[in-house]
Design a protein around this ligand. Structure first.
Ligand SMILES: NC(=O)c1ccc[n+]([C@@H]2O[C@H](COP(=O)([O-])OP(=O)(O)OC[C@H]3O[C@@H](n4cnc5c(N)ncnc54)[C@H](O)[C@@H]3O)[C@@H](O)[C@H]2O)c1
Length: 269
């Protein structure tokens, strides 16, 4: 399969560039900006996701797309609109026009950020985004379902928690995703026979998880990272809790930013 990786110059892109070529030797990288450390063996096409013609060129001859490109945190509406709303629309539209068979969409836990930490949610739970960024990821998931059912592209939306070599703090004990486990999920999205449209949580084997990832397991996911192995050290180093909004909800500080709501009301809802 000829695979396109968008957002290849970003943090997750850099991690995947180390692991994907062994699985998908015919890998094409794309981003708005050129990766600093591009090697001679890598193929790179610069494309602004907000420009359909540029995206069409990047998608030419591609069988499957791993769509990481976009603005990856909360930002001004214009930024989110161009990179994530228009950008993801252009990506799916270019994929349809080029006959791409599979798209793996890097969604985010921030689609569900205002679910309380006391709740365990599966992928049937209603969306409660915590930011304009989270809303844009919900839009991307919705586009995925549209292009899957209407146009026959197999789509996997991965609600990524936090990708890294190890969980970095208490919240991330619940949401950590080892890079190798992300690769396993990506392979399900690109390769699993008969896949139509699926949503999974992008987390490793996390004892403190807030998510029921049984749909991913049913699709063949066998995570290898165990966040609990890091728990004792992280909890010993943790300071006092100082963020009543962020500490109550799964989205953490993304819930706190710009918060003007009624905490008592929403925590008892
Ligand atoms: N890092 C995580 O743990 C995490 C968690 C949840 C979701 N995600 C999602 O996974 C993806 C990758 O995350 P990341 O941490 O590597 O983000 P990042 O910000 O490091 O990388 C995103 C890349 O997208 C590119 N980009 C931005 N706007 C673009 C545009 N208009 N056209 C083309 N490229 C554009 C940027 O240049 C950047 O290289 C993002 O979609 C992010 O929302 C990541």
């Amino acid at each position: 399969m000829r695979i396109l990786l968008t957002g290849a110059a970003g943090g997750v892109g850099a991690r995947l560039r180390k692991l994907l070529p062994a699985i998908y030797p015919d890998l094409v990288l794309s981003d708005l900006k050129h990766p600093d450390d591009l090697s001679a063996s890598e193929t790179f096409i610069a494309a602004d996701l907000a420009d359909l013609d540029q995206v069409k060129k990047a998608v030419e001859g591609i069988d499957g797309i791993i769509h990481l490109g976009g603005f990856s945190v909360e930002g001004p509406w214009e930024t989110i609109l161009n990179a994530n709303i228009i950008g993801t629309y252009n990506l799916f539209e270019a994929a349809r026009l080029a006959g791409v068979k599979r798209v793996v969409f890097a969604s985010s836990n921030h689609v569900m950020g205002f679910h309380p930490r006391s709740e365990t949610i599966d992928t049937e739970a209603i969306i409660k985004p915590d930011t304009r960024y989270g809303v844009s990821k919900a839009f991307g998931e919705a586009l995925g379902a549209l292009y899957a059912y209407k146009h026959g592209i197999g789509v996997l939306s991965i609600r990524i928690g936090n990708v890294g070599e190890e969980p970095l703090d208490e919240r991330r004990l619940a949401i950590w995703l080892k890079t190798e486990d992300l690769v396993s999920l990506i392979r399900i999205g690109l390769e699993r026979e008969g896949l139509v449209y699926e949503v999974v949580y992008g987390m490793s084997d996390n004892k403190r998880a807030w998510w029921d990832n049984s749909r991913a397991v049913a699709l063949g996911y066998k995570p290898t990272g165990r966040s609990e192995d890091y728990a004792a050290a992280i909890l010993a180093a943790a300071g006092p809790k100082t963020d009543p909004v962020g500490d109550a909800f799964q989205g953490g500080p993304f819930c706190t930013g710009e918060f003007t709501g009624d905490l008592t009301k929403i925590t008892s809802a």
